[in-house]
Every structure is written in C-alpha cells, then in structure tokens.
Write a protein that binds this ligand. Structure first.
Ligand code: HEM
Ligand code: MTE
Ligand code: MO
Length: 474
C-alpha cells in the first residue's frame, strides 16, 4: 500500500471537534477517529484528546493498555506525524501530564487541575478515609518533587533563612500523629448553585474527608528555627511548589497564634494514613492545620514565612471569603471581608441517596452521615427529621471505630468528624420522605435551615440543613 501522508502537529491540532473532525496522534501515527467518538466505551471524554496525543490520556486510563484497543485504533490511521513534531506530543506540552494516576471511582469535577470527591455512598463507611478516596482539590499541576533534594525554607526569623531536608524533619523533631478532617470551603456548593448560580467547582457533599496525619509540630520547627516571642510577626505564610504559568505558587496564611499554640496541633505532615503522603495530597510535606479550612492546608510545602501581614496570595486575598447574598460580582470588594479560617458547623446525609426508593416491607430506615465543625469545636448532637422538619430524633454519634464516645478529644481539640446514624421505623401512610439532618457543636452553633439566606457569589460556607428526598415502595 502507498505510504500514508505526513502531517504536522499544527494540522492535526485543527481537527479538534466533531464539526472539524477528530484527529489524534499515537506513537507517531495520525488517526482520524471522528466516526469512533460515538462508539467509544469510555464516552465523550475521548474528545479531550482531540487534536493532540493519546499517550498521556492512556497513561491515566490504563484500561487502554490492551491488544484489542490498539487494533481498534489502527483501523483509523490516516497518516504519519512529521518527524520534528513527534517530541511535541502533549506529554511535553501538557503541564498536567505528570499528574499521578487516580482511582476511577472518584467523582471528577475537573480533570485539569484535578478535583474530585468520593462517591457519597462510600464516604462514611469508615472513620478514616482511605487516601485513594480522600477528596482531591488541586489548583495547579501536581509538582514533581525529589525527596532526596527537598528543602523546606523558613524565613522571617531573626537568624535569617533556615532550610530543613525531609530527613531533618523526620529525625530532629518528635513525630506527632493527628487525626483531622479537611473540608474544602466549597463543599456542598452544588446546593447553593440551585438557589442561584455561583462561580466555582460544583462540589457535592463529599469535598470533606478524614485522615491520620503525622509529622513534626510546626511549633517545634519554628522554635528550632529561632522563633522568639515579642517580634512583630502575626501571620505564618505557606507557599507550595505548585506553580502557574507565570511562576506564581499556591499560597495561604494562618494566624501565628494557631501555629505556635501547643493545643493547635498544626503539623508538617510527611505521612497520611501511615504512609508517605501521596502525590495528590502534598508529597513530600504539607501543613495540616486542624480545624481550619482546607485552603490553608498547603501541600507540596516549599516555604514558611513569618510576617506582620497576611499572605498576599490570590487565594488568601481574592478568594475563600464570605459575602452577603446581596453582593454580586459588580459590587464585591474582596478587601472588605476576612479570609476564611475556621469553618462553621456542618453535617450531611450520606445514606440514603437523593431519589432512593426504600422498601416498605423492611419497616425501618437507617440514615447515615457525617458531622464536623471548625476550630476544634466538637460535635455534640445531630438531629434527624424524617418528615421535612416537623419532628426530630437524635442520631447516634460514632467516634473512631471501636472508640467509646466518652473518650472524646480534649476540649477545643475535636479535629475529626463524627459519623452518625439513626435507625427509625418507616412512617406509614406516606410515599415520600424528606429526610433532614442538622448538627450542633460544642459552642451550641447550629446550621441555618436553608441556603438562600447564606448564598454568596463564590458558593463557600454552604452549611444549611441537608435535605434528601426518598420514596417508599409499597
Ligand atoms: C474505555 C478505546 C481514547 C477514556 C475504553 C475502552 C476502549 C477504549 C475499547 C473499553 C476498554 C475495556 O473496558 O476493556 C479507546 C480508543 C481511543 C480511546 C480506541 C482512541 C482512539 C480515549 C481517551 C480517553 C479515554 C482520549 C480520555 C480522555 C476512557 C475511559 C474509559 C475508556 C475513562 C473507561 C470507561 C469505563 O470504564 O467506564 N476506551 N479509547 N479513551 N476510555 Fe477510551
Ligand atoms: N496546596 C497547594 N500547594 N496547592 C493547592 O492547590 N489546594 C488547597 C489545599 N492546599 C491546594 C493546597 C485546597 S483549596 C484544599 S480544599 C486542600 O488543599 C485539599 O486538600 P486535599 O487535596 O489533600 O484533599
Ligand atoms: Mo478548597
């Protein structure tokens, strides 16, 4: 057969939609897969590769590493990629190409950067969330960090910059183990979106997870690096190794008092659930700031800076703040609101799911969920209603597996969520239930009953009563 035509990457890139045809490259070959798109067992995700290389996607979805997949592809070959363009596959162009593989069970809100939450029905099956299922919230590509040359820099202290290797962090300080829940400020944003459109990832109820973290206390590291009281610093900045195209890294800050407090339990974690931190969660070191919004728990930690002022990072100054429902994008003044630190009391129903059909003959329903509050405030009660809020019952709280609840954490240091459940007879004479949960924390803070009065343009702090409608079969 005659040799196939040679195409440039530029020509291939023009075929990037169903309208213009869908071309892809693979190992130097050019393929017109327009006809295959609708036949693809993996759905229209395949269009992400349109105009570019398949390799990085197939690295992500290893299911393609099979003979029959290659045979399928070979039917669509239309040409060869010009020699000079072969190095320009998207693995060298795509800043996300080196992101780690992820578990396919995750509900992906955004692929690049990677943002995903575990399916609701497995979220509360265990007090500790396995790392693979722990929600992932990245703003940028996952940086590649060599643990043998890693240096954490600490600046803003009288003695100048102090650098610590990973080995230093492991060997020079006592290792603390802290079980702490992280929640993204945007958890449950999708419910706020139903009131009125907000800007942000459409998180369900699972942008929250609970893990065991281990590493030195930030307090000990700061004292080692020469911190002395009486200085002017009031904030601790954290900078990540993840950078955007302009070279700006992810950053945030917390009050110095939280960092120094012996009861604050802020650690520089190098372990998550007993293993090295996974790439997505900040390998080799992240700061874990228990009780504080996820955004300040900076991953891939590069630098710690003590300062008189808060971090100037976009994510500290112009994002992760709460506003009135009356504030819109034309009137918002980000300087007028404080950065979110401690989060408000939260709870949600993980079982049954919205729209589930409960079998009437079982006679009973077991409702399950999680509850958590920021600032170390312990969850003291969860109320559950099966009739849209007319009557309420108190759920049974569960701490760690096998742990009696009277072994609760010291006051003000309840960093981990409480799972809860309530078993109750199915009401008769009704075909639909509206199940509601609401939690109370140790300061007697409660959740608002609806989203509209707490609606805000970024869809953060979404903590109204969680409502789930289910049907009862006859
Ligand atoms: C699944 C073919 C491109 C994402 C599959 C399967 C085949 C296939 C045969 C089923 C494999 C099995 O279960 O044994 C192809 C071919 C492609 C292509 C021939 C290129 C011409 C892509 C691209 C993406 C993608 C570019 C992502 C951007 C997926 C996913 C699945 C899948 C996520 C798994 C779906 C699931 O398990 O539910 N593909 N694929 N595929 N593909 Fe592709
Ligand atoms: N740290 C860095 N360096 N880069 C990031 O994008 N995202 C933050 C925070 N730390 C982020 C980061 C946000 S908004 C959240 S909610 C948590 O990490 C999520 O942590 P996780 O991915 O381990 O669940
Ligand atoms: Mo977040």
């Amino acid at each position: 057969s005659p040799p196939l035509p040679i195409y440039t990457q530029e020509e291939v890139a023009k075929h990037h939609s169903s309208a213009k045809g869908v071309w892809v490259t693979y190992k130097g070959g050019v393929y017109d897969i327009t006809e295959f798109v609708s036949l693809h067992p993996g759905g229209d995700k395949i269009l992400l590769a349109a105009g570019g290389a398949l390799e990085p996607f197939w690295a992500l979805y290893a299911v393609h590493n099979q003979e029959h997949v290659l045979e399928m592809l070979s039917q669509y070959k239309v040409g060869e990629l010009r020699e000079e363009d072969r190095t320009l596959d998207s693995s060298s162009l795509d800043p996300y190409a080196k992101d780690p593989p992820r578990h396919p069970v995750l509900r992906v809100n955004s692929q690049k950067p990677f943002n995903a939450e575990p399916p609701t029905e497995i979220l509360t099956d265990n007090f500790i969330t396995p790392s693979a299922f722990f929600f992932k919230r990245n703003h940028l590509p996952v940086p590649q960090v060599d643990p043998s040359t890693y240096q954490l820099k600490i600046q803003g202290l009288p003695g100048g910059t102090v650098s610590l290797s990973l080995e230093d962090l492991k060997s020079r300080f006592p290792k603390y183990i802290v079980t702490a829940t992280l929640q993204c400020a945007g958890n449950r944003r999708s419910e706020m979106n139903q009131v009125k459109q907000v800007k942000g990832l459409n998180w369900g109820i699972a942008a929250i997870s609970n893990a065991t973290w281990a590493g030195p206390r930030l307090r000990d590291v700061l004292l080692y690096a020469g911190y002395k009281s009486g200085g002017k610093a009031q904030h601790v900045h954290f900078e990540g190794l993840d950078k955007d195209v302009t070279g700006t890294s992810y950053g945030a800050s917390i009050p110095l008092g939280k960092a120094l407090s012996e009861e604050g339990d802020v650690i520089l974690a190098y372990e998550m659930n007993g293993e090295d931190l996974p790439a997505d969660h900040g390998f080799p070191v992240r700061v874990v700031v228990p009780g504080i919004v996820g955004a300040r728990n900076v991953k891939w930690l590069d630098k710690i800076v003590l300062s008189e002022v808060e971090s100037s990072s976009h994510w500290q100054q112009n994002d992760y703040k709460g506003f009135s429902p009356g504030t819109d994008w034309d009137t918002v003044d980000f300087k007028s609101a404080p950065a979110i630190q401690e989060l408000p009391v939260q709870s949600a129903i993980t079982w049954p799911a919205e729209g589930a059909v409960l079998d009437h003959s079982l006679g009973e329903v077991t409702v399950k969920g999680y509850a958590w509050s920021g600032g170390g405030r312990e969850i003291v009660r969860v109320d559950v209603s099966l009739d849209g809020g007319k009557t309420w019952q108190v759920a049974k709280l569960q701490g760690r597996e096998g742990e009696a609840l009277d072994l609760s954490p010291p006051p003000g240091r309840a960093w981990a969520w409480k799972l809860w459940e309530l078993s109750a007879p199915l009401p008769s004479g009704t075909q639909e239930l509206e199940i509601i949960c609401k939690a109370v924390d140790s300061s007697y803070n409660v959740q608002p009953d609806s989203m509209a009065p707490i609606w805000n343009l970024r869809g953060v702090l979404s903590n109204a009563w969680h409502r789930v409608k289910v049907k009862i079969s006859e």
